[in-house]
Design a protein around this ligand. Structure first.
Ligand code: TRP
Length: 448
C-alpha cells in the first residue's frame, strides 16, 4: 500500500504544531510560569526551546523522513541488525503511556466544558465550592471514566480517518480556531482592571530567580511541549514529502508553540493577578483557580466555554499525534488494517488510562514506587522515558547516521542554500550541545 503524506506545507505545519500545542501550553506552561517566578522562567525556556530542543525536533523529523517508517521500523531500517531497534520499541510504547494519562486530563476538560455550557461557573461561586467540585469529580468513579472514554473515542475517530483526511484536515480547521479562541481570552483578561501586574510578572524578568530547579523545569517543559523524545515527531516526519523544508517547518512549529504558550499565559496570568489570586497554584490552576475567575467576571460564562473548548481542541490534536505512533507501528510492522490498529491502541490506552483515572479515587492507595498510578505514569514518561528517548535520538542522528545523510535531509539534497549555510552550526548542536545538556537534566531528575 502507498504510504500517505501530508498534502502541503500548511498541512505539515498544522499537524506538527497541533501535536506541540496542547495541554502543555494551556495547562502546564502557565502553572510552571506561576510556580517558577514568571518572566525569568520564560527567559530560560526560550533559550532551551530554541537552542536545545529545536535541533532535537529537526533530528526526529530527519529520522522519520529518511526512513519513511514508523518509530520502530525507522531504526531497523537506518541501522539494521543493531540494538537501536530497542530505542524504536521504547519510542512506540512511551506514547501509549502518555496518551493514556493525557486522555484522563482530556476527559476532565470535557467535563468542565459541559459544566461551562450549563453555566456552572457563574454568579460568584466561591473558591471552596469550586475546590470541592473538582475533588468530588476526580475522586469519583464513573464521570471521569466517561470523560476519558469519550476523549479517547474522539481521538480514535480522527485517527481512523487517516493521515491526510483525518489528522491534516482536522488540524487545518482546529488550529486556526484555537488561536482565535485564546486571543479572545487574552484580550478579555488583559482588559480587566488590575491586569497590568500580571503582565509585569510575565514580561519583566527577575534574573536572580534562575536556579537549577528553574532550569530543569524549563527544559522538561520544552521537551514536553515540543512533543520530543517519544517518536511522535519522528512519525509525523515520516509523512513529510521530500520537497518540504524540514528545518523551516520545525522552526515554525517551535515558534507557533511558544507564541501559543505566551498568549495562553496572557489569557491566564493577568486575570489571576486582577483577582488577587496566587499564581503559584500548581496543577489546579486551570480547573480550580480559573473557574473561580470565570464565575466572578463580566462575560465569564462565555469565556469559560471558550476556554474549555480551546483546552479540548488543543488536547485532541496532541493526543492524535501520540495515538498515531502506535497505529503507524501496527499498520507497517504487524500488517494490520488502520481500523484494527486503532482499536488495539484504543483498548490498551483505555485500560491504562482507566487505572490512572481511578487512581484519584478508589485506587488511590495503590502505589508504584511510592507514587499513585497517575503520577507514576506521568513521572516515568516525563522525567525518564522522554529525556532518555531524546538523548538516544540525538546520539543516533549525531553519531550513528553519517554526516552526509543528515546533510542530505537537512538541505533536500543540497538544494536549500540557506540550510546549507547553517548546517555546520546545527550539526555541532546535535552532536555535542544537545546530548550533554539533556544528560545533565536527565540526571538532575534523579538528584533533585
Ligand atoms: N506537546 C503536547 C502538549 O504540549 C503533548 C504531547 C504530544 C507530547 N505528543 C507528545 C508530549 C509527545 C510528549 C511527547 O500538550
Amino acid at each position: 500500500m502507498e504510504r500517505e503524506n501530508f498534502g502541503n506545507r500548511f498541512g505539515v505545519l498544522v499537524a506538527m504544531a497541533g501535536s506541540a500545542v496542547g495541554l502543555g501550553n494551556l495547562w502546564r506552561f502557565p502553572y510552571l510560569v506561576g510556580s517558577y517566578g514568571g518572566a525569568a522562567f520564560i527567559f530560560v525556556y526560550i533559550i532551551f526551546a530554541f537552542i536545545l530542543c529545536l535541533p532535537i525536533l529537526i533530528s526526529e523529523a530527519i529520522v522519520g523522513r529518511r526512513s519513511r517508517s514508523n518509530a520502530y521500523g525507522a531504526f531497523k531500517k537506518l541501522a539494521p541488525g543493531t540494538k537501536w531497534k530497542w530505542l524504536g520499541a521504547v519510542s512506540v510504547f512511551t506514547p501509549i503511556i502518555v496518551v493514556s494519562y493525557y486522555s484522563v486530563i482530556g476527559g476532565w476538560s470535557l467535563e468542565y466544558f459541559f459544566k461551562a455550557c450549563t453555566f456552572s461557573f457563574t454568579g460568584g461561586t466561591t473558591q471552596s465550592e469550586l475546590g470541592s467540585m473538582f475533588d468530588n469529580f476526580i475522586t469519583s468513579v464513573w464521570a471521569p471514566l466517561f470523560g476519558h472514554t469519550l476523549f479517547l473515542l474522539l481521538t480514535g475517530i480522527v485517527i481512523i480517518a487517516g493521515v491526510k483526511s483525518g489528522i491534516e484536515k482536522f488540524g487545518k480547521i482546529m488550529m486556526p480556531l484555537l488561536f482565535v479562541l485564546v486571543i479572545i481570552m487574552a484580550i478579555r483578561s488583559m482588559t480587566l482592571p488590575g491586569a497590568t501586574e500580571g503582565l509585569v510578572y510575565l514580561f519583566k524578568p527577575d534574573f536572580s530567580k534562575i536556579d537549577a530547579s528553574v532550569c530543569s523545569a524549563a527544559l522538561g517543559q520544552a521537551f514536553f511541549s515540543l512533543s520530543l523524545g517519544v517518536g511522535t515527531m519522528l512519525t509525523y516526519g515520516s509523512y513529510i514529502k521530500k520537497s518540504e523544508n524540514l528545518a523551516a517547518s520545525s522552526t515554525y512549529t517551535a515558534v507557533a508553540d511558544f507564541l501559543f504558550a505566551m498568549i495562553a499565559s496572557c489569557a491566564i496570568m493577568p486575570a489571576v493577578f486582577a483577582f488577587g489570586l496566587n499564581p503559584q497554584e500548581g496543577p489546579g490552576l486551570v480547573f480550580q483557580t480559573l473557574p473561580f475567575i470565570f464565575s466572578n467576571m463580566t462575560m465569564g460564562g462565555i469565556i469559560a466555554i471558550i476556554f474549555f473548548l480551546a483546552l479540548i481542541v488543543a488536547a485532541i490534536t496532541s493526543s492524535i499525534s501520540l495515538y498515531e505512533v502506535g497505529v503507524a507501528y501496527l499498520v507497517e510492522e504487524r500488517k494490520m488494517s488502520r481500523k484494527w490498529s486503532s482499536a488495539v491502541v484504543f483498548v490498551v490506552a483505555w485500560v491504562m488510562g482507566a487505572l490512572c483515572s481511578l487512581s484519584f479515587g478508589p485506587l488511590s492507595d495503590v502505589h508504584i514506587l511510592g507514587q499513585t498510578i497517575f503520577n507514576f505514569f506521568d513521572k516515568l514518561s516525563a522525567n525518564f522515558l522522554m529525556p532518555l528517548g531524546g538523548l538516544l535520538l540525538v546520539l543516533f542522528v549525531g553519531w550513528k547516521m553519517t554526516k552526509a545523510d543528515v546533510f542530505d535531509e537537512f538541505t533536500n539534497g543540497g538544494t536549500l542554500s540557506a540550510n546549507r549555510r547553517i548546517f555546520n552550526f546545527v550539526w555541532f548542536l546535535i552532536r555535542y550541545v544537545c546530548p550533554i545538556a539533556v544528560l545533565v537534566v536527565f540526571l538532575s531528575a534523579f538528584i533533585f
